[in-house]
Design a binder for this molecule. Structure first.
Ligand SMILES: NC(=O)c1ccc[n+]([C@@H]2O[C@H](COP(=O)([O-])OP(=O)(O)OC[C@H]3O[C@@H](n4cnc5c(N)ncnc54)[C@H](O)[C@@H]3O)[C@@H](O)[C@H]2O)c1
Length: 332
């Protein structure tokens, strides 16, 4: 009987999102987490103890010593490029957390390094893997409610909290505030649901955050390459959190809460659509990674795809600065 391939995985960055990665890796028998690196030794040691891993404070030393097949990069945004390029040079397949990098230029460097090393690069755009998002995409594609004419995406959460790691609030390290961090999810969600790319965008932002120098709100108006109009309204100030995407068709409306479900109204009331499962998106993301490495499926959240999210974000910042709409070519 042929033995299934097994992949040794090393995690770079033992912060808030490390647990999601380590739990999802455990679900897949073909993946084995072997090591973790964090410059903060205590963090590396906590995860190492809990998941039976080798702990390192230097990721380069970890990769050289452990020689993993896959490197998972969950670092502050300003380190994504240098770490991804270095890991590709060592022949590791890469799962790089979103957003891909700070700029399009950095994305190009990562893509060139992954291509040259012939390694798989998947960027952690988890919107591709929420069961409710997959169901919403199916609803759009089925034509059951007629053509999709607009999307209204709303996201609120107190962003300037003492618990948030400080680098998120420093533009030089994060690339931006609520738009760079959560806007990356909203733009990804809209592109994923509509199987398209952002084509034109205009943006308006404010900076009333109590800490740091990043924007605390962004309002975006965009159109997709398939002609769907969308608004994204995000604020990181006070008030009850909300993550709601409304889909407006000619034959009805749908309300999508990615982590909870999909509700449809074809008349007066909204009724919940039954979900196959409420599986954690990280589990499906790792399944995708393995299938892409084994060339069993075309890339979904590839480096080239993730670059298009940065193209839209970069254009949104420029639009705000210039007070004008920006046209985007995500392939240039
Ligand atoms: N997909 C999602 O839903 C999702 C959710 C949360 C965060 N993220 C992304 O995950 C990434 C990490 O976010 P986080 O919330 O875990 O941040 P975090 O600040 O909690 O974790 C980052 C970790 O990197 C470590 N670090 C910094 N420099 C290092 C270096 N040179 N070598 C090794 N370790 C180093 C820090 O000590 C810290 O523990 C970001 O890209 C973020 O946007 C994605």
């Amino acid at each position: 009987m042929s033995q299934a391939t097994s992949y040794r995985v090393a995690l770079i960055g033992g912060g808030i999102i490390a647990k999601n990665h380590l739990d999802a890796i455990q679900v897949h028998p073909e993946l084995q987490a072997v090591a973790i690196a964090d410059i903060d030794r205590s963090k590396a040691e906590v995860w190492a103890e809990a998941y039976d891993l080798q702990a390192f404070t230097n990721y380069q030393e970890m990769i050289e010593t452990e020689r993993p097949d896959i490197a998972v990069i969950a670092l502050p945004h300003f380190l994504h490029k240098e770490c991804a390029v270095w890991c590709a040079g060592k022949g590791c397949h890469i799962l790089l957390e979103k957003p891909m990098a700070l700029t399009l230029e950095q994305c190009n460097e990562i893509l060139a390094a992954a291509t040259e090393a012939k390694v798989t690069l998947l960027v952690g755009h988890t919107q591709h893997y929420w069961p409710a998002n997959l169901q919403a995409k199916k609803l759009i594609e089925s034509g059951r409610l007629g053509p999709l004419i607009a999307i209204q995406d709303t996201r609120h959460l107190p962003y300037f909290s003492e618990e948030r790691p400080r680098w998120f609030l420093e533009k030089a390290k994060s690339g931006g505030g609520i738009l760079m961090n959560l806007g990356a999810h909203s733009i990804d969600k809209i592109q994923f649901l509509t199987s398209s790319r952002v084509d034109r965008i205009s943006a308006s932002m404010t900076k009333y955050g109590s800490i740091g120098d990043v924007e605390g709100s962004s309002v975006l108006f965009l159109t997709t390459s398939t002609g769907v109009a969308a608004t994204i309204v995000q604020s990181g100030y006070l008030g009850k959190p909300l993550d709601l995407t409304e889909l407006i068709f000619t034959g009805g409306r749908a309300r999508l809460i990615s982590s909870a479900g999909l509700w449809v109204s074809e008349g007066q009331e909204f009724e919940i659509e039954s979900l196959d499962a409420l599986e954690d998106p990280f589990i499906r993301m790792y399944q995708d990674l393995v299938q892409e490495i084994e060339e069993k499926k075309p890339p979904g959240s590839s480096g080239m795809y993730a670059r298009s999210v940065i193209a839209a974000i970069e254009a949104a910042y420029l639009s705000h600065d210039e007070g004008a709409e920006r046209k985007i070519d995500p392939f240039k």
